[in-house]
Design a protein around this ligand. Structure first.
Ligand SMILES: Cc1cc2nc3c(=O)[nH]c(=O)nc-3n(C[C@H](O)[C@H](O)[C@H](O)COP(=O)(O)OP(=O)(O)OC[C@H]3O[C@@H](n4cnc5c(N)ncnc54)[C@H](O)[C@@H]3O)c2cc1C
Length: 379
C-alpha cells in the first residue's frame, strides 16, 4: 500500500503540526491532527518567520501578509541602549524570493487551523502513544483511542510523544526567562516594518511591528526567571538597566494579564527522533531556547521536508531515517546558536559588551550581508 492511502496521525496543532497537515493535504496524503486546546489563547504571542520558512507557507497558500508585516530593518541597540546596527532584512530576504515577516502567532494559527478544516480535531489531549507491526495507536485524555499507520509528534517542547520515543530525554531549563506580549497599538517610537532589539547587560528585549496596527514585544532576563509573587512591570523596570521609550510604551499599553511568562529551555541533541511507527518533529524533537528566533522556522522546514519524503516513497521507516538525516544537522545547530545568542546579547562583561558593540557598529557591508543572508535562509 502506498503512503498516499495511509493515515498519518499528527499530535499537536501548532506551527509544525499545521504546516505538516497542509503539506500532506496538498499532496493528497490523508492525515488527522489532534490538538489539545479548543481555543487559541495559548498562541497569544508573536514571532519572526524568516524568508525560507515564509516561502514554504506561501507555497501552501497561507496568506502570511494578512497576519503580519514584512520586516525591513532589524535594529540592534547596545549596552547603553545606543544604536549599533541596522540589518537590511527586507532587501536580503527579497534577494532570496520572499519577505521575512513579523507575525501575530494567534491569527496565523487560527487561519491555518481553518485551512486544515475537518482533518483537525481540537480539544483532544494525547496522553500516550504505542506502535506495533500492524499500526500505531494514540490514547487521549478522554479515554478514546485512535489507530493510524504512523504518528507524528508535533506536540512541542513538553511533548508527550517524546516520553515514548526518548523516555530519558530531559529539557534543560535555564536560569533565564521573561515575558512576551502583543499589543493592539503601534508604539510611537517604533518605525513601521522594523524590529528594535536591545542588548543590555543581563537583558535582551525587543519590539516589532506585526502589522494591522499591532506590535509584539518581549523582555528576556539572563540570570533570573519571572517571580509569580511580584508584579511583572515592577520586575521589568527593576531588571532593565536603561529602559528605552519604546519598551515603556509597550508596558503602558499591555495589561499584565496579557503578558505571557516564558522560561528558557532546550533539549540536548536526541538520536533517534523516532521509534517504531512514531516520529517527532519541531520542538518535540529539538526544542530550542527562543534567543535565535528560529524554532518555529525550523518546525516549518521539518514539516515541509517530511511531507515531501512521504510523497516519494511508501516505506515509512525509510522516510523517518531520511527525515532525520536531512533535518538533524540544521536543527541541532539552531539549538547551539540560540544558546550563543543568549550569551552574546545579554553578557555582563563590560569589556566584551564594548567589543561586541564596536564590532557590530563597524561590521563591513559584505560581512553584514552574509550575516543577514544566513538568517533569512536558515543556514
Ligand atoms: C518567547 C519565544 C519567542 C520565540 N520567537 C520565535 C521567533 O521569533 N521565530 C521562530 O522561528 N521561533 C520562535 N520561537 C520558537 C517557536 O515558538 C517554537 O520553536 C515553535 O513554536 C515550535 O513549533 P512546534 O509546532 O514544534 O510546537 P508548538 O508551536 O509548541 O505547538 C505544539 C502544539 O501541540 C499542542 N499539544 C501539546 N501537547 C499536546 C498533547 N498532549 N496532545 C495534543 N496536542 C498537544 C500544543 O497545544 C500546541 O498547539 C520562540 C519561542 C518562544 C518561547
Amino acid at each position: 500500500m502506498g503512503l498516499a492511502k495511509r493515515k498519518v496521525c499528527i499530535i499537536g496543532g501548532g506551527v509544525g503540526g499545521l504546516t505538516l497537515a497542509l503539506s500532506l493535504q496538498q499532496r493528497g496524503i490523508p492525515c488527522r491532527v489532534f490538538e489539545k486546546y479548543d481555543h487559541f489563547q495559548h498562541h497569544r504571542t508573536g514571532f519572526l518567520i524568516w524568508s525560507y520558512a515564509i516561502k514554504i507557507l506561501q507555497e501552501l497558500d497561507v496568506s502570511v501578509h494578512e497576519f503580519g508585516a514584512p520586516l525591513e530593518f532589524f535594529e540592534v541597540f547596545g549596552r547603553k541602549a545606543q544604536p549599533i546596527s541596522r540589518m537590511p532584512i527586507g532587501a536580503v530576504s527579497r534577494e532570496h524570493g520572499a519577505e521575512s515577516y513579523e507575525m501575530n502567532r494567534r491569527s496565523l494559527m487560527q487561519a491555518m487551523s481553518e485551512m486544515v478544516g475537518d482533518d483537525l480535531q481540537a480539544g483532544k489531549s494525547c496522553v500516550a502513544v504505542d506502535s506495533s507491526d500492524s499500526g500505531a495507536q494514540v490514547t487521549f485524555e478522554d479515554g478514546s483511542v485512535y489507530e493510524a499507520d504512523v504518528v507524528i509528534g508535533c506536540d512541542g517542547a513538553h511533548s508527550v510523544v517524546r516520553k515514548w520515543v526518548q523516555p530519558a530525554a530531559q529539557l534543560n531549563v535555564f536560569n533565564a526567562g521573561g515575558w512576551i506580549g502583543v499589543m493592539d497599538q503601534h508604539p510611537a517610537a517604533l518605525k513601521p516594518n522594523c524590529h528594535m532589539d536591545f542588548w543590555e547587560p543581563s537583558i535582551k528585549a525587543g519590539v516589532a511591528d506585526i502589522g494591522n496596527g499591532q506590535a509584539r514585544w518581549y523582555v528576556g532576563m539572563n540570570g533570573r526567571v519571572p517571580d509569580k509573587s511580584s508584579p511583572i512591570k515592577t520586575q521589568i523596570l527593576d531588571a532593565v538597566p536603561v529602559l528605552p521609550d519604546v519598551l515603556q510604551q509597550c508596558l503602558d499599553a499591555t495589561p499584565e494579564s496579557e503578558m505571557v511568562e516564558v522560561v528558557g529551555a532546550d533539549l540536548p541533541p536526541l538520536d533517534p527522533w523516532f521509534k517504531g511507527r512514531v516520529l517527532m518533529l519541531g520542538d518535540a524533537a529539538h526544542a530550542t531556547s527562543p534567543y535565535a528566533g528560529m524554532g518555529a522556522c525550523s518546525a516549518i522546514a521539518d514539516a515541509d521536508c517530511l511531507a515531501k519524503l512521504f510523497s516519494e516513497t511508501d516505506d515509512w521507516s525509510h522516510v523517518f531515517q531520511a527525515f532525520q538525516d536531512e533535518r538533524k544537522p540544521a536543527a541541532d545547530a539552531i539549538v547551539k546558536d540560540s544558546r550563543k545568542s543568549l550569551n552574546l546579547s545579554t553578557g555582563r562583561s563590560l569589556l566584551k559588551n564594548w567589543i561586541r558593540d564596536w564590532g557590530l557598529e563597524h561590521i563591513p557591508e559584505k560581512q553584514m550581508h552574509q550575516v543577514v543572508e544566513d538568517m533569512v535562509t536558515g543556514q
